[in-house]
Design a protein around this ligand. Structure first.
Ligand SMILES: *Cc1c(COP(=O)(O)O)cnc(C)c1O
Length: 386
């Protein structure tokens, strides 16, 4: 049997009636852009995330872009980003003709190494964009302290982390000035197309974000700012309104699967424990660690991805794919090495951890509907690796 990296059909099947009904409701109404479904989604997400304002937008990328626009990031301004993330985190900075300044990551969490931020701050620095990669919070206490000291804005890229709790219990995306989320189908809360969200507790920023979403106009046809079409569709909102109810139970299932996988690797003799930093005879595989597991908050990690590290990564990837197990490399090239960022001339020797993550990391199937047989298949493959 085949084990895909993600099985969205299984999820749809489990809630098909509700989803179909919601979609047809929108079709019957012929109200496709913004409107009541979107308002309901925004209200529910404010409540779920524990923030004052939630504004639906067209994608996670547009969420990041409109957030930087609302904070008035100008050409030449510098924005600090982790060197290891999906491209959009840095792409939106460069699109505003601002300068993404890359910082190496912490090898255990894959998130920005807060101890390396300070040395990157200059007079031009305006903001820090921590990413809560793979569904685990970045070190927000440290990031917020640095931001306060240097009077910088904080935009959280929570695209992979909806529902994730920081160690103090707050949901990520509500800690900095603006939080950005993606509802790309493969995220934990996935739409049936592109969609995203920005959150803030600041009334003035919220109003500006709302105006920027509709070309910067308020009232209509009177343009206060140069905005864009950053609107979310009603169809996407209707789907998300159904799915949001299940999000926590899906994330719990992903955590269960993560615990199970960790056990499988240890039983197969490939690793001793989670979060080991160095390869040796007893640790051929480095397992992901939920660093806030003992915080007492259930959503300390939502495992948008379960990412292991292994020296012969490309061999394992090939082996898994040949045996019908989906897997993927997030991400094969660190941001500072992307061709489009050559002009930034980043110091090549400052990124030891993101470089090794890019050559060693491999994401395995962790989706909530993963069945017993799939897990057994993985167990057999792992045992064969010793
Ligand atoms: C998915 C993702 C985005 C972009 O979201 P889209 O909805 O695909 O535009 C941004 N940042 C990170 C870290 C992501 O994983």
């Amino acid at each position: 049997m085949e084990v895909p990296l993600l099985d969205l059909k299984a999820q749809y099947k489990s809630i098909k009636n509700e989803i179909d009904e919601a979609v047809f409701r929108v079709i019957e109404s012929q109200h496709f852009i913004l409107g009541p479904e979107v308002e309901q989604l925004e209200t529910s997400l404010c409540q779920y995330l524990g923030c004052k304002h939630a504004i639906g937008v067209s994608s996670g990328t547009d969420a990041l872009l409109v957030a930087l626009m609302a904070l008035d990031i100008q050409p030449g301004d510098e924005v600090i980003v982790p060197d290891y993330s999906f491209f959009a985190t840095a792409g939106v900075v460069a699109r505003l003709h601002a300068v993404p300044v890359f910082v190496d990551i912490d090898p255990v969490t894959f998130n920005i190494d807060s101890a390396k931020i300070r040395s990157k701050i200059t007079k031009k620095t305006k903001a820090i964009m921590p990413v809560h990669l793979f569904g685990q919070s970045a070190a927000m206490t440290e990031v917020m302290a640095i931001a306060k000291e240097f009077n910088l804005k904080v935009v959280e890229d929570a695209a992979q982390a909806i529902g994730t709790q920081y160690k103090d219990g707050r949901k990520v995306g509500t800690i900095g000035d603006i939080g950005c989320f993606s509802f790309f189908p493969s995220k934990n809360l996935g739409a049936f197309g592109d969609a995203g969200l920005v959150t803030t507790n600041d009334d003035i920023l919220a109003e500006k974000l709302q105006i920027l979403r509709v070309h910067g106009a308020k009232p209509k046809y009177y343009h206060k700012y140069i905005g864009g079409n950053f609107r979310i569709d009603a169809l996407q909102a209707a789907v998300l309104n159904v799915k949001l109810k299940y999000l926590d139970q899906w994330s719990a299932k992903r955590r269960e699967n993560a615990t199970l996988f960790t056990k499988l690797f240890i039983e197969a003799g490939l690793a001793e424990e989670e979060g080991k930093m160095a390869f040796d005879k007893k640790n051929k595989v480095l397992l992901p660690k939920a660093v806030y597991k003992n915080s007492g908050h259930p959503n300390h990690h939502i495992y948008n991805q379960y990412v292991i590290r292994i020296e012969k990564r490309d061999e394992l990837k090939k082996h898994l794919l040949e045996n019908g197990v989906g897997c993927e490399v997030y991400y094969p090239v660190p941001l500072h090495k992307q061709e489009c960022f050559e002009y930034l001339r980043a110091e090549q020797n400052e990124f030891a951890n993101s470089n090794s993550a890019a050559s060693q990391s491999l994401a395995l199937p962790i989706y909530p509907e993963l069945c017993k047989e799939s897990v057994e298949k993985l167990r057999n493959i792992l045992q064969g690796l010793c």
